[in-house]
Design a protein around this ligand. Structure first.
Ligand code: GLV
Length: 328
């Protein structure tokens, strides 16, 4: 019997490609050509499955043009690149990579918070530019992390990881807002108190965004929300571009309506709103929150496992629309 045909949309670890080749006829984009929807559709012709990343949009148009496709395994926990309803309607299984990246991503959220609050990137740029000639009492003074109030918007697994680091490691008061309130045991574990979104924005010293992107969370932080924040507050976005109105944020940073921001994700990335590059009180990183070698490898293997289980056993480890499996 011939092997199912899959397309791996982006360069990934060679050992994961080797593993996939044991089960599939693999066409892979190891040269990492990214690009247009037309190119994706072309590459997906005749394929039974796809290994995708967060930048590969699978929508009704792609599905209609690729009728053989049965599964898209995303190497990301976020899946806003999938039109899940269209995939379910087309009988295409969607999977993601939760859990394996939780602690690594929470570490990064904290790293970005520290870098932002303590002005690490800005002071390093100053030093590298040869501007450091003497000690000054107020040079790059930032805001304290320990003992401050940490506000977490979106309290899933990663939000909880950040809450625990803040509460247990840095003695922070942790408040959170989420679509649904955590049960009492989880709240106690995270030492986190539930508040409204407005109260969180008004009272937190550091606001960290970890909520999934959806039309409902588009521009969840815009000019009005930034205006609620303390002028001394910092904002960290490790969630998704589009949750923050980047133009409004750049203005708020320029006018010092908040103290600083740390951003790992951007609207329309890898492009950036040009104004973000002109303000000094922002730390910018290129969507690397889950980027450690063991975690990225675990994500790639989990996506591969989903493809293998699907074609060999009609199941998946982390399905997003398991109803598709029942109907097959
Ligand atoms: C990264 O952003 C992910 O969703 O895994």
């Amino acid at each position: 019997m011939s092997k199912p045909k899959i397309f791996v949309a982006r360069a990934i670890f060679p050992e994961v490609i080797t593993r996939l080749e044991q089960h599939f006829d693999v066409q892979s984009s190891q040269r990492d050509e990214t690009g247009s929807k037309a190119l994706l559709i072309e590459k997906l012709q005749g394929k039974d499955g796809a290994f995708t990343t967060g930048g590969d949009r699978i929508d009704a148009e792609v599905l209609a043009a690729c009728p053989k496709l049965k599964i898209c395994a995303n190497m990301a926990v976020g899946y806003n690149n999938f039109d899940l309803a269209a995939m379910t309607a087309a009988g295409v299984l969607a999977t993601n990579t939760p859990d394996v990246l939780t602690e690594t991503t929470a570490d990064f959220g904290f790293a970005l918070l520290m870098a932002t609050a303590r002005r690490i990137a800005e002071s390093e740029r100053y030093l590298r530019a040869g501007k450091w000639t003497q000690w000054r009492y107020d040079m790059f003074s930032g805001s304290d992390v320990h003992g401050s109030t940490l506000g977490i918007l979106g309290m899933g697994r990663i939000g909880q990881g950040i809450a625990k680091r803040g509460a247990h490691g840095f003695g922070m008061k942790v408040i959170y807002h989420n679509r649904s309130r955590l049960d009492a045991a989880l709240e106690a574990d995270c030492k986190a108190g539930y508040v409204s979104k407005d109260e969180l924005l008004r009272t937190a010293d550091h606001v960290v965004l970890v909520l999934p992107y959806s039309p409902a969370s588009h521009h969840a932080i815009g000019a009005a929300e930034l205006a609620l924040m303390k002028p001394t507050a910092t904002l960290v976005n490790i969630a998704r571009g589009g949750i923050v109105d980047d133009a409004a944020l750049a203005l708020a940073l320029r006018d010092k309506r908040i103290a600083a921001a740390g951003l790992d994700v951007f609207e329309g990335e890898p492009r950036l709103h040009p104004d973000l590059l002109t303000v000094h009180n922002v730390v910018l990183t290129p969507h690397i929150a889950s980027a450690t070698v063991p975690t990225r490898l675990a994500m790639a293997h989990l996506a591969a496992d989903n493809l293998i289980q699907f074609f060999t056993q009609n199941k998946a480890l982390t399905p997003l629309n398991p109803e598709v499996l029942v109907k097959r």
